[in-house]
Write a protein that binds this ligand. Structure first.
Ligand SMILES: [Zn+2]
Length: 63
């Protein structure tokens, strides 16, 4: 595994991880609608409302 040759400046990592900076942020934008309840959910994640993933209930719904 390669190592970074130079340390990343603090302000560079701050802008990269800042959700208020939409162009450079790592905020997940890929969303789908849940096939069960129709709510917006993150793709490749179980629905946070009903706990379904690919129309199968995989987790308990957290309220
Ligand atoms: Zn759902």
């Amino acid at each position: 595994m390669g190592l970074p040759s130079k340390r990343t400046p603090k302000n560079k990592t701050r802008t990269r991880n800042n959700p208020a900076n939409p162009g450079k942020s790592l905020v997940l934008k890929s969303t789908n609608t849940c096939p069960k309840c129709g709510n917006i959910k993150l793709s490749h994640r179980a629905c946070q409302f009903c706990g379904a993933y690919k129309a199968e209930k995989v987790t308990k719904a957290s309220k």
